[in-house]
Ligand binder design. Structure first.
Ligand SMILES: Nc1ncnc2c1ncn2[C@@H]1O[C@H](COP(=O)(O)OP(=O)(O)OP(=O)(O)O)[C@@H](O)[C@H]1O
Ligand SMILES: [Mg+2]
Length: 252
């Protein structure tokens, strides 16, 4: 299958300093890549470099066209949806305005999304900041679905959410994938990402540590656990609880 999204030696910079260097991978329609790595590894910067939100070198291609010189809004308009860390819901706008804005008034898309997320119907007049964290994340995903993207870039979608919400969210993201949307899922939530992913990219200190197709879930999990645990022994939970989140989240 020809690639839908292809990164070739992509680096992203903050001023002079590189947040991530030399990332290459490709995705076809309906494929999912789990982009994993410890805090500060360069995951968010990779997404920002795809979108042109940081200065970059290397190349990003979408459906066979070089999009490296395009600006973020032009890239999003091509059909690449972005759900940033911390959801990116517009707090002072209502739920309805949040949806209408991204769907650019496409009533059919909004109707479909409301059928998918019936609870939203009751909250249309609420402001974004009057939703719970879980609801905000659901709304962020709903907005991404409403633009009917060909690729969705999801930054830490399950971060800080209760297990039942994570499950619901997982189902929605799985539906997006089944509908043919290619996905890049960023995060440290092994369960969430690897159950959806066909490919895995692990970043370490701003560079690619591993990239490849997932042939065995067990093997992939082993690779990720090892990469996330490296040199963070001191913060392993003493009670032997889940090693999946090794360091506390630090806001960007
Ligand atoms: N706005 C910024 N200005 C300067 N440096 C930054 C900025 N944002 C991130 N960095 C640096 O770039 C590197 C990669 O950061 P990035 O946010 O991509 O990591 P991450 O893998 O998304 O981490 P996390 O899991 O904490 O979200 C880090 O060294 C970080 O300190
Ligand atoms: Mg990040």
């Amino acid at each position: 299958m020809p690639s839908l999204l292809e990164l070739q030696h992509l680096s992203g910079f903050y001023g002079e300093s590189a947040g991530v260097r030399d990332v290459s991978f490709s995705l076809s329609d309906g494929e999912c890549l789990a982009l994993m790595g410890r805090n500060g590894a360069g995951k968010t910067t990779t997404l920002k470099a795809i979108l042109g939100m940081v200065s970059r070198t290397g190349q990003v291609s979408f459906a066979g066209t070089d999009i490296t010189s395009l600006r973020p809004f032009e890239i999003v308009r091509l059909g690449i949806a972005y759900v940033p860390e911390g959801r990116g819901i517009l707090a002072r706008l209502t739920v309805e305005e949040n949806l209408t804005l991204v769907a650019q008034g496409n009533r059919d898309a909004i109707r479909e999304v409301l059928a998918e997320f019936p609870w939203i119907q009751q909250r249309l007049k609420n402001r974004g900041d009057q939703l719970s964290g879980g609801e905000q994340q659901m709304l962020a995903i709903a907005r991404a679905i409403a633009v009917r993207p060909r690729v969705a870039l999801l930054d830490e979608p399950s971060e800080g959410l209760a297990p039942t919400i994570v499950e619901q969210l997982h189902r929605k993201v799985a539906q997006m994938k089944q509908g043919g949307t290619a996905l890049v899922i960023v995060g440290q939530d092994i369960e969430f990402s690897l159950t959806l992913a066909d490919r895995l990219c692990i970043l370490e200190e701003g560079r690619v540590h591993y990239v490849g197709a997932i042939t065995s879930q067990a093997k992939a999990k082993e690779l990720v656990v090892e990469a996330l645990a490296l040199s963070t022994k001191r913060s392993d939970p003493a009670d032997g609880s889940s090693p999946m989140r090794i360091m506390e989240k630090v806001d960007d």
